[in-house]
Design a protein around this ligand. Sequence first.
Ligand SMILES: Cc1cc2nc3c(=O)[nH]c(=O)nc-3n(C[C@H](O)[C@H](O)[C@H](O)COP(=O)(O)OP(=O)(O)OC[C@H]3O[C@@H](n4cnc5c(N)ncnc54)[C@H](O)[C@@H]3O)c2cc1C
Length: 464
Amino acid sequence: MSDSCCGTIAVEIEQFTTPQQTSPGAGDLPVVVIGAGPVGLAAAAHLAERGIDFLLLEAGDRVAASVAQWGHVRVFSPWKYNIDAAARRLLKADGWTAPDADWLPVGAELIDDYLAPLAKLFGDKVRLGAKVTAISRLGYDRVRTAGREGVPFLIRLEGGEELRARAVVDASGTYTSPNVLGASGLPAHGEDAVFVDHALPDVLGADRDRYEGKHTLVVGAGHSAATTLLALAELENTPITWAIRGGSAGRTYGGGDADALPARGALGTRLRAHVGSGRIQLLTGFYVHRIEDGTVVSRDPSGREQSVKADRIVSATGYRPDHSITSELRLDLDPILGSPRRLAPLIDPNQHSCGTVPAHGVDDLAHPEPGYYAVGVKSYGRAPTFLMATGYEQVRSVVAALAGDWEAARDVQLELPETGVCSSNLVEAQEQRVGLATGISGGLLSAPLPLVTVSASSGGGCCG
Ligand SMILES: Cc1cc2nc3c(=O)[nH]c(=O)nc-3n(C[C@H](O)[C@H](O)[C@H](O)COP(=O)(O)OP(=O)(O)OC[C@H]3O[C@@H](n4cnc5c(N)ncnc54)[C@H](O)[C@@H]3O)c2cc1C
C-alpha cells in the first residue's frame, strides 16, 4: 500500500467486491424510459416491437402529464407528423382508428386519441406517479471507471424506491423546468415570493376567472406569449401589458401576409393590431430585475429602470433542461444549450429553425456514460427547435442501437412535407379560441418554405 493518501485510496478501491460480481448482469435488466410524453411512449413502442424488456416511469398521475398542462392549445403540426411509426403499427394491430392525418389536434386530443391508447397497450410496464429523482450506476459514483459499462444503472424514485436498468432513455422533457423571469437568466429578486403563472394558461377556459378583469403582464417574445396575449385580448375589462427584452416586437409579429404559415402570420398580424390600437400595451427593452409589492421592475444594462404594476404575471420565457437527476453520470453537455455536445450545432437556434434541424440519432445523442440517452425535447436543452417528428426518429435510432442493430441505428431519416411539418391547409379553419402555439420562441417565418426531404446530411424548412 502506498504511503501517499491518494495511493492508499486507489488500493482500497480495488479491494472492494465489484458490483458485477454480486448483481445480475446489466443485460438481464429492463431498459428504463423516463417520462410518458410523446417521445417516451414512442421509445416504449420501439422497445416493444424489438422485444426488449422495458419499464416506463411517469412522474404524473396520468400519461403525458406535461402535454395535459397545455391540453387546450392547438398544435401547429398535423396528426400525420405527430404519430410515431412503431406506435402506429402497434395501435393499428390493436384495432385503433388513426385520426384525420391533416387535422391539427389540441394537446388533449393528442392524449385522448393517441398517447393514452398507446400507453394502455403497455399495461403495467407504464408506472404512473413514479418520479425519478436520481440516476447513478450501482456501486459507482461519477469518478469510478474500471468496469463501469457493465454495471447496471441505479434509478432512485421519489419516496426512496430504487430500480436497476441495463440502459436509461431519459424523455423527461423540459416543461417542468421553465426559464425564470429575470432577464439575465437568474431569478428576478422577489420572483420566488410571488405567484407567477407559467406559459399558456387556459385563459378562455378553466383559468378564465383568474384573468378576467385583472391587469395581466405577459413576459416573453415567443409564440406562447403571443397566444396568451391574443386570448387575454378577448376578455372584457382586462388590461394587458406585454413586456419583451428586445427593442421591437418584429420577430414575434413575423411575416404577416408573407408568412409561410398563414395561421402564424395571422397570429402576428392580430397581435400587431392589438398593440397598434392600444388594447395591449407593449413595453420594449424590459429587463425584469425585481418584483416588489406587485410591481415588476426592469433595469436595463445601462441601469435605466421602468416598472409596471400588475395583478397577474404570465412568464412565457421558455424552458431549460433539469440535469440534476443525472449529476452522478458522465455527461458531455454543450456549454450553451445543455444538449449533447455533438447535437448542439445541429439544433442551434442561432442557425436553425425546427425545420432545418437535420435528422440525428444515437451517435449525436451519446454521452461518455454508456447506455444513457436523453431524448425528446430534453435532448435539445435550451434550443427551442424541437419537433415530435425528430424525437420519434431519435428513439427509433437509440432503440435500434440498444438492440445491437447498428445499421438501422445509423440510418437516420426524417421526411418533412413540402411546406414544412407545421403546415396545413386546415389551419385557417381550425384556428380556434386560443390560436396556435408552437412552444417555440421566435418561431415565426418571414419567407416561403422550400420543398424538403431532410436526412442526416441536409437541412429543411419549417417552423422558424
Ligand atoms: C404548447 C406547445 C405546443 C407544441 N406544439 C408542437 C407541435 O405542433 N408539433 C411538434 O412537433 N412539437 C410541438 N411542441 C414541442 C414538443 O413536441 C412537445 O413539447 C412534446 O410534448 C415533447 O415531448 P417529450 O416526450 O419530449 O416531452 P414531454 O411531453 O414534456 O413529456 C415529458 C414527460 O416526462 C415526465 N417527467 C418529467 N420529469 C420526470 C421525472 N423526474 N420522472 C418521471 N417522469 C418525469 C413529465 O410528467 C412528462 O409526462 C409543442 C410544445 C408546446 C409546449
